[in-house]
Design a protein around this ligand. Sequence first.
Ligand SMILES: [Ca+2]
Ligand SMILES: [Ca+2]
Ligand SMILES: [Ca+2]
Length: 130
Amino acid sequence: MKFAAKLLASTLFLAATAVAHADVDAALKALDPDNDGTIDLAEAQAGGKAKFAKLDPDKDGTLDAKELSGILDEAALKAADPDNDGTLDEKEYAAVIEAKFKAANPDDDGTIDAKELASPAGQELLKLIH
Ligand SMILES: [Ca+2]
Ligand SMILES: [Ca+2]
Ligand SMILES: [Ca+2]
């Protein structure tokens, strides 16, 4: 049982890294200005700010479903939109990043390392910040 679980875990890890390895390395470099090999929440939010600006070419300060396509689906947008105006402002976007950051950081050490970034939760976070 223990062995099977271990095997499953490493298989999942290998599958995730095979797909995402190159992307993860490049993204980690871009998002890690202090170059310690991990992304902390401040670095994630800085990446999110840049991504938000990129996604909001009309600079009206909000992202609508169209601007968020491929990043958040309709259900995720709804969940991230407490004022229910159909768009995310920068504060709402930052809250999503914080939630995804937590989800991608199961060891709760305050940083996302390359392995965590390659996980499914890490990939979801990456879409928001890179
Ligand atoms: Ca860092
Ligand atoms: Ca909103
Ligand atoms: Ca971690």
